[in-house]
Design a protein around this ligand. Structure first.
Ligand SMILES: Cc1ncc(COP(=O)(O)O)c(C=O)c1O
Length: 421
């Protein structure tokens, strides 16, 4: 923890020091993170000085195109893509996934099989289920293992067949926090001839993604979960996406990635996206990293993962002495590297919303509910209308904040129990 420049990090995020209604503790990070000043500045600068549509010859349209190109280049560095042509930027992960699923549907026929997991967010389940309904595809559900909290290779192997066309799986769960072994799961799926579509929305803020090493075909993430603006990014392997015919206007470009980017892009948000990626690179540089932007991003993750893991363990340990509280995810300190810092729990006899409402009133921001991890709550037998209490750490949180949060959890649970006794 000692090497992490926490004060410098916090100084870059104006929202962290807002104290109009007392201090705020942001633990709602899996739902959306705060942004550095540089991100807001880049959005504002773009709107105020280079606001134009694309494709012309005058100064502002040329500048706007540069903003778009820079965002694609930044995301290629962030994801380790072989080319900027593989980066598709859109409204959010859900919209991109619905669009790509429809495009892929054009290559599928009745009786083809697809695999979705019981560990994914609905945005990587519903689009495929509805595609299957439209086309007469066979859907196979891949459960996660309730001991390891991960999707196991044997379970995937058991579902693959020569008719499997696609496997949709997540990198890290937005409820349990566990990280899947995407590389080995992908290798299995590819041996069977299936395409692999990876939801990295919850992994992206917490670890370096290397799409080439993973060898998947698609990977999606959302910038607002990693300190950027509200937008989504899809990476598609060049040979795979180049063979696809998306739904699009006849007269719009057939080039890559424009073929998949419908209508006028969110140009100002792309300016913010580049600033978010540069924020990681700057953090890496501040932690002693050098070299290319990607190398500096890698350094940023190296130091932030170590820092986050310490906070995660502080949180897990601090929750473990509460009677009737069950953490729904990995709690073994030896396996801390196999999870992101999102910790969800339930408490016997107390609705998650009751706990969360009281903590929210104390300016501790966190969520209750199923959080769209619809399949997970069903597999675990948790009533979806109740769900869990979810505490989601980001690298700008502190040990003091986790300490205060733990005190609050203890106090609120004791208070509710006392009121009922
Ligand atoms: C794991 C996961 N996948 C997908 C999504 C949906 O992302 P978006 O809001 O960009 O559509 C979320 C949002 O919380 C998520 O946590």
């Amino acid at each position: 923890m000692a090497n992490f420049p926490i004060e410098a990090v916090r100084g870059k995020f104006p929202a962290l020091s807002l104290a109009d209604k007392g201090r705020r503790i942001y633990l709602d990070n899996p739902a959306g993170t705060q942004v550095p000043q540089a991100v807001a500045d880049a959005v504002s600068r773009c709107l105020l000085s280079t606001n134009a549509n694309l494709g012309g010859f005058f100064e502002t349209t040329v500048a706007a195109q540069q903003v778009v190109d820079e965002a694609h280049a930044a995301m290629a560095d962030f994801l380790g893509a072989a080319s900027v042509d593989e980066i598709v930027i859109g409204a959010n992960m859900t919209t991109l996934t619905y669009h790509m699923s429809r495009t892929l549907g054009r290559t599928m026929k009745p009786g083809d099989e697809i695999i979705v997991t019981r560990m994914d967010h609905e945005a990587n389940v519903s689009p495929w289920l509805q595609l299957a309904e439209d086309l007469g595809l066979v859907v196979r559900f891949l459960p996660f293992d309730e001991q390891s909290w991960q999707v196991e290779e044997e379970a995937l192997q058991a579902l693959l067949s020569e008719r499997t066309r696609l496997v949709a799986l997540n990198y890290a769960s937005n409820l349990t926090g566990s990280i899947n072994r995407v590389k080995s799961l992908t290798a299995l799926a590819k041996q069977a001839g299936a395409l692999v579509y990876v939801d990295a929305v919850q992994f992206a803020p917490h670890g370096l993604i290397d799409v080439q090493a993973l060898d998947c075909d698609f990977l999606v993430c959302s910038a607002y979960k990693f300190f950027g603006p509200h937008m989504g990014i899809l990476w598609g392997r060049r040979d795979v996406i180049d063979a696809l015919k998306p739904y699009k206007c006849r007269c719009s470009s057939n080039g890559l990635p424009e073929r998949f980017e419908l209508g006028t892009p969110q140009i100002e948000l792309m300016a913010g996206l580049t600033a978010a990626i540069d924020y990681f690179a700057d953090l890496g540089a501040a932690a002693g990293g050098g070299g290319s932007r990607r190398q500096r991003i890698a350094k940023a993750f190296e130091v932030s993962i170590a820092y986050e893991n310490a906070l995660t363990w502080q949180l897990i340990e601090g929750l473990s002495d509460i009677e009737g509280l069950t953490i729904r995810g990995i709690t073994d300190p030896e396996r801390i590297a196999e999870r992101v810092p999102t910790v969800s729990f339930t408490v016997e006899g107390i609705a998650p919303e009751t706990i969360v409402r009281q903590m929210n009133a104390e300016n501790i921001y966190l969520w209750s509910g199923h959080n769209y991890a619809w399949e997970i709550v069903h597999q675990l037998g948790i009533p979806p209308e109740q769900g869990v209490v979810r505490i989601g750490i980001a690298h700008y949180n502190t040990a003091t904040e986790i300490g205060e949060t733990l005190e609050s959890v203890h106090r609120v649970i004791a208070m509710v129990r006392q009121q009922r006794s």
